[in-house]
Design a protein around this ligand. Structure first.
Ligand SMILES: Nc1ncnc2c1ncn2[C@@H]1O[C@H](COP(=O)(O)OP(=O)(O)OP(=O)(O)O)[C@@H](O)[C@H]1O
Length: 265
């Protein structure tokens, strides 16, 4: 569960470069709830995720994960509970370590057990099984360096790593955007499957209106640091991609959509 209360994040406060990235966001996501997040460039989507992960400290407001107030807790302290997958497939894993080593490191996140122990035979078998479930044939390449894999393979493994780490919260920041369409679809489906199976409370930033409506059960639109749309249930089910694009136009005051804020597909 995530509770965000009246969150404000301002970069470079009091300077000419001041930027109020998040301006009073309030949001409650129940355990296992999966919300997609859309919004123009600069709307504050990544900043909201960064505040939940602890990478930026808000000036005002509170963030709770489960029962705990983590607003001012260091990122490392909440790392075992919050998994993140970024747009850049290179960001989430260590290129010079093998697939198996990367997974083992993820599995021992938040635990005090040593690396050697983490690679015991039964654990190796379990890791191999989890990789085999992906259906990408990577279980035969457990000793390969992560750096040898394609972006899509790395994103798929990053999602598996999130589940191995025992995270409660999953933050996805355009994690399919850099992939070719086929792989993007595979990773999107995998995301839905893993989020459901592991009951991960999930926020997924996407520029694809289609994905925003197809994945998860709730869609949130941010604009200039505020939530301007929050739909779920029947309202969301009856929302079309065109309808969402229209809403997007309206909140932006009818201006042309000339940034990469939205893709129909
Ligand atoms: N570290 C930072 N220092 C200063 N300003 C920042 C920083 N990070 C973000 N900003 C500014 O805060 C605002 C919100 O940025 P953010 O990255 O959260 O937007 P976004 O909705 O994720 O946009 P995009 O879709 O372009 O990724 C922007 O104006 C951005 O320039």
């Amino acid at each position: 569960m995530i509770i965000v209360e009246d969150l404000h994040v301002t970069f470079n406060p009091g300077s000419p470069l001041e930027r109020r990235a998040v301006r009073g966001v309030g949001l409650t996501l129940g355990e296992g709830e999966f919300a997609t997040v859309i919004g123009s460039n600069g709307a504050g989507k990544s900043t909201l995720l960064a505040a939940i992960a602890g990478d930026v400290i808000p000036q005002k407001g509170h963030i709770r994960i489960g029962e705990r107030d983590v607003t001012r807790e260091a990122p490392a302290k909440r790392a075992a509970r919050v998994a993140r997958v970024f747009q850049d497939p290179l960001a989430g894993s260590c290129a010079d370590l093998s697939i198996e080593e990367n997974l083992a490191l993820a599995a021992m996140r938040g635990s005090r057990r040593g690396f050697g122990l983490a690679l015991r035979a039964e654990r190796r078998k379990l890791l191999r099984e989890r990789v085999a479930e992906l259906g990408l044939g990577l279980e035969g390449r457990m000793g390969d360096r992560m750096g040898l894999l394609s972006g899509g393979q790395r994103q798929a493994l990053a999602l598996v790593m999130a589940t191995l780490a025992g995270a409660e919260v999953l933050l996805l920041d355009e994690h399919t955007a850099a992939l070719d369409p086929g792989m993007a679809e595979f990773v999107a489906e995998l995301t839905q499957r893993l989020v459901t199976a592991h009951r991960l409370t999930t926020l997924m930033v996407t520029h694809s209106m289609r994905q925003a409506l197809d994945l998860g059960t709730r869609t949130i639109m941010l604009h200039e640091g505020r939530i301007v749309l929050d739909i779920s249930g029947e309202k969301r089910r009856s929302m079309t991609v065109d309808g969402l694009v229209d809403m997007f136009r309206r909140v932006r005051g009818g201006e042309e959509l000339d940034d990469d804020a939205l893709r129909i597909g």
